[in-house]
Design a protein around this ligand. Structure first.
Ligand code: ADP
Ligand code: MG
Length: 347
């Protein structure tokens, strides 16, 4: 969750068959910034007034959630972390409760590979800043933090009362909150009577309904280029989430250090370049794409199964593509991927 923007958009909305763009159709598009990324709303089949009202409502919801859950700017999460560090039970702000409960479940189901309790580690690496770090932290500091094993199971939540049994826990919901916010935006659309729409928050997207009787078509970015690697068609209500090592990274001594941490080692996860997950809710898709990125090709299938995710794709650092059977049936590659995809010279 960054406050700077814009960053490159991961999932691109592809227009329909040639010639369609020219035809006049009730399509409305809006863009604004939140969670450090460009949020794109696409609405089909409503009049301008309703589209405008829905956009205003969703934009203000996003602004509120952005403040509440920001990892380092003042808000409910920063206050929660201050209290957690104090070590005593306290009443947690209401807005934090679904994030804590849901991510406890997802963290457990992913063998702790999705672990929002590692806020201190993310901060130590320098990713709690609008600017990217220049170099990795002191290895001893990493070892010391990892030895304290912060985990979501260290949190006891009883009603609104929260207590950390491990003082090393610092919450960072950046791998989950954007997806959760996308789900809330879809709720808001439905409340207002919008039934055909896409909410795209960088790498997390959910699409409902259709575009004039045709399914929405979503592009998945090539992890080492700006073009489209593959596309999927969404029939009615489904989310697409991608986690990639190209989203936020710095180079040091010729090596890439990105923002997805392996909680077991304390270093950026190695082996994966990008993971895409399809799932009904964007929140689960978001957490799962992060977890599967950390899982890498060896654990990919087992962790997906434990998370209840059956549509997932992983690209490893050699450019090899791994697809679950259900994903294979859904994805259409836009370039030739026989023998894997070229990774180019960038490490
Ligand atoms: P993005 O924010 O680019 O969509 P992710 O959803 O994968 O990417 O979230 C990455 C962010 O989540 C990092 O910037 C960091 O704040 C946090 N994070 C990093 N590693 C983990 C992890 N293993 N589990 C949970 N959160 C993580
Ligand atoms: Mg994620």
């Amino acid at each position: 969750m960054r406050s700077v923007a814009p960053v490159s958009i991961l999932l691109v909305f592809l227009s329909g068959p040639a010639g369609c763009a020219a035809r006049k159709e009730p399509l409305h598009e809006f863009q604004f910034l939140a969670f450090g990324t460009l949020i794109e709303l696409t609405l089909w089949g409503v009049d301008r007034d309703l589209a405008e009202r829905a956009y205003q409502a969703v934009e203000s919801d996003f602004a509120r959630m952005h403040t509440e859950w920001h990892p380092w700017q003042p808000g409910a999460l920063v206050e929660t972390n201050r209290q957690l560090a104090a070590g005593k039970p306290f009443l947690v702000p209401h807005s934090m409760i679904p994030l804590i409960e849901n991510s406890q479940r997802l963290s457990l189901a992913s063998q702790g590979l999705f672990n929002p309790a590692i806020g201190r580690l993310v901060e130590l690496w320098g990713f709690h800043s609008d600017d990217l770090p220049a170099k990795p932290p002191d290895p001893e500091a990493i070892t010391a933090l990892i030895a304290q094993r912060p985990a979501m199971t260290d949190l006891d939540l009883d009603g609104q009362r929260l207590h950390a049994t491990n003082p090393a826990v610092q919450l960072d919901f950046s791998a989950y909150a954007k997806g959760y916010a996308v789900d809330r935006a879809i709720d808001r659309f439905r409340e207002l009577g919008v039934t055909n729409a896409i909410v795209n928050a960088g790498g997390d997207l959910r699409a409902i309904g259709h575009r004039g009787g045709r399914p929405w078509r979503i592009g998945i970015r090539h992890p080492r280029g700006s073009g489209v690697l593959a596309s999927v068609e969404i029939e009615d209500d489904e989310s697409v989430s991608t986690s990639g090592d190209y989203e936020r990274f710095f180079m040091y001594n010729g090596r890439r250090y990105h923002h997805i941490m392996d909680p077991r080692t304390g270093y950026p996860a190695t082996g994966s370049v990008a993971v895409t997950v399809l799932y009904r809710e964007a929140a689960t898709a978001d957490a799962a794409s992060t977890a599967l990125f950390v899982a890498g090709s060896d654990l990919f299938e087992a962790v997906a199964r434990d998370l209840g995710v059956d549509r997932a794709m992983l690209i490893d650092s050699a450019g090899k593509i791994y697809l679950t059977p259900s994903m294979r049936a859904r994805v259409r590659f836009e370039i030739d991927v026989a023998g894997g995809i070229p990774m180019g010279p960038s490490p």
